[in-house]
Design a protein around this ligand. Structure first.
Ligand code: ASP
Length: 334
């Protein structure tokens, strides 16, 4: 349902030539190291990644460490060990990692392994493949020495049992920002992008995907090009929100390709969002989709379908920056 306050800026999206609001251009290009992450909890992930960078780690090490922090230290119902399960009560995790030279790895529907992002990195470094899923991913993780243990928390199990009362699958816009354990958030992802002192880029995504998803459902986060894409020649992009929309539009790849054609990160994110709206105008009123991008010079931009997407920026000047992304719809619920 829409009202007068909730409007689609179709004109602005179609024209595409309007000046970008200042808030969309979070960080000016200065070619220094920088880390950016989705959502308010991205501040914590950035700080861990920043420590890794300042200790001499690469951009790839930094995004892995930032994502690991989210998987084990952040107790959030939509990422890592505190994630909400699927509709059958299984907590299954998705993650991906990619560097600017096109090396990448991912895992999907991984059960009972705490650090999917590190398993994704092993897929990238130790196998001839890019993606492992389900039991195969779990067997590979165990073979690589990752401990296996039940992850579903009592709070997540309680939330699942409460959800079973209605069993209605209705993703909420910006449920991400309610980060208390045991709440009923449907979705959320940590997407993290880093640029190191040598100008190398890398990115990672980690998520428990959509809460109450069908068993076996895979979102955008472990799909290279959908939830994450990195190219040292151009820049990097990541996404959060209802992953089916990102997969339909190969959205992170699209954002990077738009930057390749000369768009700023914010312009590229805005144009990718416009693509989502054009393809499914009605659905776009009720779903959240968010893009975050950084170009090879370290310039950062973001754009979302709905108001409420925040992203964290960390660099030598400031380690806890948090910014509001501009959006198509100006109310939190359209
Ligand atoms: N993109 C994730 C998925 O669809 C969830 C999210 O970021 O909110 O699995």
């Amino acid at each position: 349902m829409t009202d007068r306050r909730s409007f689609l800026q179709a004109g602005a999206l179609a024209v595409g030539a309007l000046g970008l609001p200042r808030s969309a251009r979070a960080a000016a290009a200065d070619a220094g190291p920088r880390v950016v992450s989705t959502w308010d909890f991205g501040v914590g992930a950035n700080q861990v990644a920043w420590k890794t960078l300042t200790a001499g780690g690469s951009a790839l090490d930094a995004v892995e460490q930032g994502a690991r922090w989210a998987e084990s230290e952040l107790c959030n119902p939509t990422v890592g060990r505190c994630g909400n399960p699927d509709r059958d009560g299984n907590l299954s995790l998705d993650a991906s990692i990619m560097d600017g030279d096109g090396r990448c790895g991912s895992v999907a529907a991984l059960i009972d392994i705490l650090h999917p992002v590190s398993v994704a990195r092993r897929v990238m470094e130790q196998t001839p493949h890019v993606m492992l899923v389900g039991q195969g991913a779990q067997a590979f993780a165990v073979e690589q020495g990752f401990p296996r243990g039940k992850l579903l928390t009592p709070a997540a199990e309680k939330a699942w049992r409460a959800w079973l009362q209605t069993a209605e699958y209705a993703p909420q816009i910006n449920a991400e920002r309610r980060t208390l354990p045991g709440d009923s958030s449907n979705h959320d992802t940590l997407g993290i992008l880093a640029r190191d002192a040598q100008g190398r880029l890398a990115g990672a995504c980690t998520t428990s995907g959509m809460a109450w998803k069908m068993q076996g459902r895979v979102g955008d986060s472990p799909i290279i090009g959908a939830g994450l894409y990195v190219d040292n020649e151009v820049g990097a992009a990541t996404a959060s929100g209802v992953g089916e929309e990102m997969i339909r539009n190969v959205a992170s790849f699209l954002v990077v390709e738009l930057m390749r054609q000369g768009r700023s990160p914010a312009e590229a994110c805005r144009e990718a969002i416009a693509r989502v709206v054009r393809k499914r105008p009605e659905a776009s009123r009720t779903l959240q989709v968010c893009f975050l991008a950084m170009n090879r010079d370290g310039e950062v931009g973001a754009y979302a379908l709905h108001r409420g997407f925040v992203y964290a920026v960390c660099d030598a000047q400031r380690q806890d920056g948090l910014h509001d992304a501009d959006s198509v719809y100006r109310t939190e619920q359209a």
